[in-house]
Design a protein around this ligand. Structure first.
Ligand SMILES: [Fe+2]
Length: 254
């Protein structure tokens, strides 16, 4: 577990490390892994609060890391993060990590199933251990109800990913920011229900001709001007409305 301005959880199972925390939490990572051997690293996705120590840990333990092929490409080339993300989390060093397909692999005790779950971003994997009923869910779940979207998040893909995960047999939801050790599946169901209700209401108002700002107001939602300002408009409530409409138009092939 790494702690900074935001709390980010990385998980360690039988020599397997799932995510590596942000660069600015390297002292915490060093403290924890002074006493634990890492045999293999997997990432849920490329974001800097998950991949910020991958290059360092690969070198430190002389081991390999794996992720979705899109994440592999991004981390290999390096990518720019916002000044705010750089301040809060720190930069990500380039690393040569390996493609991970949606094929199960083994630790000394368990079989781990990578589950492709786009929506938060398109290189997102969850990791499922059926023997234990554990789902390591990255950023697919943060809370039952959410109020803001980052501009690149996809509403329809998130709904499809949530349905894919709910079909699995698990109880513990080890997500990266708000883990639920019990009743994890119910939390995913709650989020799915919230998304479906939100989508239905948004599209109904959209079809009546309301603009996104008016839909937001009608749904009783408020913009957080501070978040909007510090993220340069990238993390807003109205992004949820835009994303729902985009999904609707995509599914209608407009
Ligand atoms: Fe993320």
């Amino acid at each position: 577990m790494t702690k900074n301005v935001q709390t980010v959880y990385s998980y360690y199972v039988e020599g397997l490390l799932i995510d590596t925390g942000m660069r600015h939490a390297r002292n915490v990572i060093n403290d924890i892994f002074a006493h634990h051997q890492v045999d293999r690293i997997v990432l849920t996705h490329h974001h800097e609060d998950h991949s910020g120590n991958v290059a360092y840990l690969m070198k430190h333990f002389n081991t390999h890391a794996y992720a979705h092929p899109l994440a592999v490409d991004i981390i290999k080339k390096g990518y720019k993060i916002s000044p705010l993300a750089s301040l809060v989390n720190g930069e990500v060093e380039r690393a040569y990590i390996h493609n991970l397909e949606e094929t199960p692999f083994c630790t000394s005790k368990y079989t781990v199933h990578p589950i492709y779950t786009p929506g938060h971003c398109n290189d997102h994997y969850c990791y499922f251990i059926p023997e234990k009923g554990w789902l390591f869910s990255g950023d697919i779940y943060v809370a039952d109800k959410i109020k803001y979207f980052v501009y690149y998040e996809d509403f329809g893909e998130q709904i499809r990913s949530l349905k894919k995960l709910i079909a699995l047999d698990f109880d513990s939801l080890f997500c990266s920011h708000n883990p639920k050790t019990k009743n994890g599946k119910q939390h995913l169901k709650n989020k799915l229900q919230f998304f479906e209700d939100f989508y239905g209401k948004t599209i109904e108002l959209h079809q009546k001709g309301l603009k996104p700002a008016a839909i937001l107001k009608t749904l009783g939602m408020k913009e957080n001007n501070f978040y909007a300002l510090i993220t340069n408009g990238n993390f807003t409530a109205v992004n949820m409305i835009h994303a729902a409409i985009k999904t609707f138009e995509k599914e209608l092939n407009i």
